[in-house]
Design a protein around this ligand. Structure first.
Ligand code: FES
Length: 105
């Protein structure tokens, strides 16, 4: 069963581990469970939900143009970083490990 491990940015070493039955959107997974991933626009506009993919990028479907455009605005490498509001997991067995990106204030 696919598994998503979400590391906490504020509390190093604290993780949320979720079993994912059939893949699907990361945003739905985060809505259905208490996770440390922040969201704002949910439409690939603000970059609030950017996450570093620490392991298992191959568990995600390729980013679409909207996601690539906002990652480009932030200078992010889509091979290492994704938008949690847009990324979708493939169905199947695998591990995805992510961590929210620190936001400069
Ligand atoms: S929540 Fe705004 S880009 Fe994902």
């Amino acid at each position: 069963m696919p598994k998503v491990v979400i590391e906490s940015l504020e509390s190093p070493g604290v993780t949320v581990t979720l079993d994912v039955k059939d893949g699907g959107a990361l945003v739905d997974l985060c809505d259905e469970n208490p996770t440390p991933v922040p969201f704002s626009c949910r439409s690939a506009s603000c970059g609030t939900c950017r996450v570093d993919v620490l392991e298992g990028m191959d568990q995600l479907l390729a980013p679409e143009d909207e996601e690539l455009d906002i990652l480009d605005v932030f200078g992010d490498d889509p091979k290492k970083r994704r938008l949690a509001c847009q990324a979708k997991m493939r169905p199947g067995v695998g591990l995805l490990r992510i961590r929210p990106v620190a936001v400069d204030v």
